[in-house]
Ligand binder design. Sequence first.
Ligand code: B12
Ligand code: SF4
Ligand code: SF4
Length: 194
Amino acid sequence: MQDEIGEIDGRAFVDSAPVLDKAWAAKSGLGWIGKNSNLLTRQVGSFYFIAELIVDLELEYDSPVTDHCGSCTACIDACPTQAIAEPYKVDGSKCISYFTIELKDALPTSVKGQFEDWMFGCDICQDVCPWNKFSKPHNEPLFNPHPELLEMDKKEWEELTKETFDEIFKRSAVKRTKFEGLKRNIRFLKDYSR
Ligand code: B12
Ligand code: SF4
Ligand code: SF4
């Protein structure tokens, strides 16, 4: 933007600061917030991050778009932990994503058998969303998984070592759980899978 426009100042964020990503994106006309609480569009569904540029530049604003969830309840029906407490409201403390990424303590046995095969995060309420049949594959090499990761079978995941974890998740958000967190999740799936 500086190359095109000249002297401007600002900051960029991607899930990296206390900014209301979804609310601002919806206000900017980038999509609507669906019943699964993610921002989505009819053109590309919801499989993307939301990023912001906060700049000292006067812009022409777009208007919000309309909600196209209609009578669909696919995300609510598919959530294995009933975390979508009511349309548009996700109870974070029941979400597999919270349990497997954010929770630092032991996983409660009250949710045993409910994680299907999710060991880090969960995309079920997006996988079932009819608008995601319009989602497009990325072309960003940095998002590609480590090739070794794609080859691993169940046994290798269960025997994951710190060395392999450090290697395959070197540049990945999976580091957020740390090695012990991911091992905890894998053990939980092993002990309580249906
Ligand atoms: C906390 C958080 C979580 C928590 C809680 C999520 C929740 N739905 O409550 C947990 C750990 C569970 C989580 C999980 C996931 N998350 Co998350 N998460 C966040 C984070 C860091 C903060 C959200 C937040 O609580 N903000 C504070 C509250 C007050 O704001 P808010 O939720 O935006 O709500 C405002 C408005 O949206 C509006 N609003 C909200 N609900 C409603 C309902 C009605 C009826 C109305 C009128 C208005 C309204 O009012 C609020 C106040 O202005 C954001 C990043 C960010 N900085 O925003 C990512 C973010 C929301 N997460 C994201 C993703 C990708 C996920 C996962 C898919 C990850 C995964 N694969 O496991 C799951 C999806 C779970 C789900 N169905 O929502 C993306 C969503 C991208 C998108 N397309 O929308 C974000 C935006 C990160 C990013 N920048 O890309 N997440
Ligand atoms: S991410 Fe998974 S657990 Fe969380 S609300 Fe969606 S389907 Fe439910
Ligand atoms: S699955 Fe249906 S209700 Fe849920 S966000 Fe997608 S369109 Fe909306």
